[in-house]
Design a binder for this molecule. Structure first.
Ligand code: NI
Length: 200
């Protein structure tokens, strides 16, 4: 398995991605995998590859940073993955997105999803939320909190810890979520907005 090629091609595409799905996000998801992995019998190359490329064909990416499915297939092949592993990677990265609400049918998929979700939480999650907001012309916070950075904490981020698949994923997600609550409390104190939760 040629990880050097996989990493360099992914870096080429995602290096300057501005909305929080850049190459370093891919690397953090890859290292979160180590945090989650125990001794289960899993295909580690499928997990690591999926962690690295998981955002590359996602519609949320601007075309400049996106890879086509064919390009991705070719790259995975060039890196030494077998056809059934390529298929598994494609299934994983198409199914783990929060928006799709899909039931995951492999432990590999569950581990990659947890690894990706952890990067939406904690200090890095806070930074990514506001970077994404900035890239999509969202305000930080307002009195209604509809479609703002802070609104996103309530719409999605605070829910993630209860949606984690793995034991070590849950433990780390709880730690990161606790920190985010502390951050939100302080932000509320500083901004004097009485109810952050109010939407609509
Ligand atoms: Ni991601």
């Amino acid at each position: 398995m040629n990880y050097q090629l996989l990493l360099s091609k992914t870096k080429e595409k995602l290096n300057n991605e501005p909305s929080g799905h850049d190459f370093l996000h891919a690397l953090r998801v890859l290292s979160n995998v180590d945090l989650i992995l125990t001794n289960e019998n899993v295909d580690i190359d499928v997990i690591k590859t999926s962690a690295i490329v998981h955002d590359l064909i996602d519609d949320k990416l601007d075309d400049t940073f996106k890879m086509s499915e064919n390009e991705m297939d070719q790259l995975l092949h060039d890196c030494g993955l077998l056809p059934n592993q390529i298929k598994h990677v494609q299934t994983i990265i198409r199914s783990i997105s929060y928006r799709k609400h899909q039931t995951l049918d492999s432990l590999e998929a569950k581990i990659v999803q947890d690894a990706d979700r952890l990067d939406a939480l904690g200090a890095i999650g806070i930074a990514r939320t506001f970077a994404y907001g900035g890239a999509h012309n969202r305000q930080i916070v307002n009195e209604h909190n509809v479609d703002t950075g802070v609104g996103h904490f309530y719409d999605k981020l605070f829910k993630l810890k209860d949606l984690m698949n793995t034991k070590s994923g849950i433990i780390e997600a709880e730690k990161r979520t606790k920190f985010m609550h502390e951050y939100i409390n302080e932000l509320q104190r500083e901004t004097n907005i009485s109810d952050f939760r109010r939407t609509k």
